[in-house]
Design a binder for this molecule. Structure first.
Ligand code: ZN
Length: 328
């Protein structure tokens, strides 16, 4: 079923949420955000990095440093992020490969207890790097196939793995969809509704990988009328790799998707959990409900295309279904 939405379904929020006094009193958690490459211009990391940084810092809980890598084949000898200076690394980055010494540094950082946050197309990266695939659990595209691992999805309320052959990674047009909580007691999910509407985004499906030490926190139904699988696909996951904690969200294609209060809240809480193992942030009163999208206008405006397309008097309309894309 493809849902249609009227303006009444949309809550548009203009003001950022102020950090709570308790959060402000704590020393900010140092976070490194890695960007610099993507599979194509449809993942505008220059724009999405600004949003991902702002969403963490406005909680008062984080201090974010950005490390922008050279293009692959560039002078990686000059790119030496000191992972150990940070409690978590946010990965807004999709590259085919990385120099061996840099791979090893990241593996050791996470294995020794560093936090990793994987956002959207970051799970397209590094298809041939075994430790990366263990850290993210599941990924898509870049020639992944049954050799990369089984498909993972929910069936009859339980996580299953499916060894059917085939490619990995698919999605339909960007439309709003409902996210369903599967682990309500996990610190990241505690207090969230059992179902909520995510703003228009790519619903990733047919992801594959080792899926080791992986707990799926939330799923979404992939609609066959929108090139979907008719399965409940993983949306939010936590994993461990050695002593390290990983939070993986498959949502967040563009600034519009990142402006969803549901995305923001789970990303802010997921990053804190990856960094510290705890979540101290409250769920905002503006969190989306089972049938209502809630997004932040000030965040959406960080994409110049939002203003170019925005009506002048009426509330912003939900994104019309775009022609289906084969790209991530
Ligand atoms: Zn995408």
């Amino acid at each position: 079923m493809i849902m249609t939405f009227t303006a009444a379904f949309w809550i548009a929020l203009g003001a950022p949420l102020l950090p709570s006094p308790a959060a402000a009193a704590q020393k900010p958690i140092p976070v490194l955000l890695v960007d610099g490459q993507s599979g194509g211009p449809y993942h505008a990391w220059q724009l999405t990095t600004s949003v991902l940084k702002k969403e963490l810092e406005e909680t008062g809980r984080f201090e974010v440093t950005v490390a922008t890598s050279p293009q692959f084949g560039g002078h990686f000898s000059d790119f030496k992020p000191r992972f150990g200076d940070y409690k978590a690394i946010v990965w807004n980055y999709d590259a085919p490969d990385w120099p061996a010494d840099q791979r090893l540094q990241l593996e050791e950082y996470v294995r020794n207890g560093g936090g990793l946050v994987v956002v959207h197309a970051a799970d397209n990266a590094f298809a041939e790097w075994p430790a990366w695939n263990q850290m993210i659990g599941i990924g898509g595209w870049r020639n992944r196939s049954e050799k990369s691992g089984p498909l993972w999805y929910f069936k009859d309320g339980k996580l299953v793995s499916d060894t059917s052959p085939g490619p990995a990674g698919s999605h339909g047009a960007r439309i709003p969809f409902q996210v369903v909580t599967r682990e309500p007691e996990h610190p990241i999910m505690k207090g969230l509704p059992s179902a909520w509407m995510h703003a228009a985004d790519e619903l990733y499906a047919t992801l594959r990988g080792p899926g080791e030490h992986m707990t799926v926190l939330a799923t979404a139904h992939s609609d066959p009328e929108n090139k979907g699988t008719d399965r409940d696909e993983p949306m939010l996951m936590v994993l461990s790799y050695g002593k390290g904690r990983i939070f993986h969200t498959t949502m967040g294609h563009d600034v519009a998707a990142l402006s969803c209060v549901g995305f923001m809240t789970t990303y802010q809480r997921g990053t804190e959990w990856a960094a510290t193992g705890k979540v101290t942030q409250n769920v905002p009163a503006t969190f989306p409900t089972a049938d209502t999208v809630s997004f932040r206008v000030d965040i959406a405006r960080m994409d110049p295309a939002f203003l170019a397309n925005a009506p002048t008097a009426a509330p912003p309309q939900p994104a019309r279904p775009l022609p289906a894309q084969q790209r991530p």
